[in-house]
Design a protein around this ligand. Sequence first.
Ligand code: HEC
Length: 104
Amino acid sequence: MLIFNPPAKADTVALMDLVQAQCLSCHQMDRKRVGPPFREIAQRYAPGPGQETLAYLQRQIQQGSRGNWGAIPMPAQNRISADQAQAIAVWLLSLANTTSKESS
Ligand code: HEC
């Protein structure tokens, strides 16, 4: 059960620009690139308890990650603020309920 609301539409547009600029060089929506596909990350974490999962992903997005998906680590994302990381985490978790056709 997700207990948070998706960001408002205008926010989503700005957020997608940010994701595009900062994340999509390593992540794709549905295919593995350097990092795991965003939809797969969503599906792994979405069933978890809401606020905890959100805080975890926010931290991972800002500080980077290693050892959860494979041999390649994710570097810390120094240009992402705490607010931005949280907004991305909410968006990311919302992907678990979509199929590849609904968002690209
Ligand atoms: C330089 C490449 C690179 C960039 C840029 C990058 N990532 Fe990653 N990301 C990775 C890799 C590699 C992993 C897998 C790390 C691991 O195995 O723990 C990963 C893992 C993740 C995870 C899963 C962490 C976990 O604990 O399971 C999330 C969430 C994530 N990235 C989000 C983002 C977001 C959001 C951005 C943009 C702000 C971003 N990444 C930018 C390479 C990248």
